[in-house]
Design a binder for this molecule. Structure first.
Ligand code: MG
Length: 249
């Protein structure tokens, strides 16, 4: 899974250079599609079932778009924040990671949203070293986000990952009574999960657009999304979607 994760990191690395004013989201998607094809990796997102199959290799979500944005003719502009989420299968194993990047300088409050969301992801990985149940990690993630004045999206959650992109268990970024009752799980060696906090500047509420995929904030304020595939080992958590020398996406 590390090899698949490394390719996902490299795809993000290639795409990062394109996150510039004037570039269309379809151009970014095409670069990632070509990269996976050149490395004999199968993209995970293209064809994912829904009312219409997801048509691209990457979910690209701008500003108030939370997740599952469809790449197209829209051009990035200075001040946008753009979430890129992609995954691939290599030799039968999956990797999945997301990053939200700023296009040029963005408003300080928006930069803080990105920083807090990224820090929430890294907090969760750190906490996996010392906690025994996911609910303990998720509760701290939720608290961290609230303490910074933002809100966790509850409609979408992370997931187990392995032979398939979406496996059990569900991995929420918050802790509800319902999760404690029937969804909680042990952090034991062999577990591999995609942790993906989605954080909104305003309320946590989202709604779907008529393209059947794009999710936007209900209040129209910006959202950020960061994700790593993380393996639990006997020596603690190991992020699988970092670069060759442990660089972040
Ligand atoms: Mg994911």
């Amino acid at each position: 899974m590390r090899q698949a994760g490394l390719l996902v990191w490299q795809a993000h690395h290639e795409a990062a250079a394109l996150v510039q004013p004037g570039v269309t989201t379809a151009e970014i998607d095409r670069v990632i599609e070509k990269f996976f094809a050149a490395h004999n990796a199968t993209p995970l997102f293209k064809g994912v079932k829904g009312k219409v199959p997801f048509p691209a290799v990457t979910c690209i979500s701008i500003n108030e778009e939370v997740v599952h944005g469809i790449p197209g003719a829209r051009r990035l502009k200075v001040g946008d924040v753009v979430s890129l989420d992609t995954g691939c299968k290599l030799d039968g194993w999956c990797g999945d990671a997301a990053v939200t990047r700023a296009v040029g300088p963005v408003a300080p409050e928006i930069q803080r949203l990105l920083d807090v969301t990224k820090a929430t992801l890294h907090l969760s990985i750190e906490l996996m070293k010392v906690k025994s149940r996911w609910s303990q990690v998720a509760a701290e993630m939720e608290k961290y986000v609230h303490d910074h004045g933002f809100h966790v999206v509850e409609t979408f959650v992370g997931h187990g990952i392995g032979r398939e992109m979406h496996e059990e268990p569900q991995v929420p970024n918050f802790c509800s009574k319902q999760f404690l009752k029937k969804g909680d799980f042990d952090l034991r060696p062999g577990l591999v999960i995609a942790i993906e906090p989605m954080v909104n500047m305003g309320t946590g509420k989202v709604k779907g657009l008529s393209d059947h995929w794009t999710q936007v904030t209900k209040d129209g304020r910006p959202s950020a999304h960061f994700e790593h595939t993380v393996a639990m080992t006997k020596d603690g958590p190991v992020p699988l979607t970092l670069g060759p020398n442990g660089e972040d996406v």
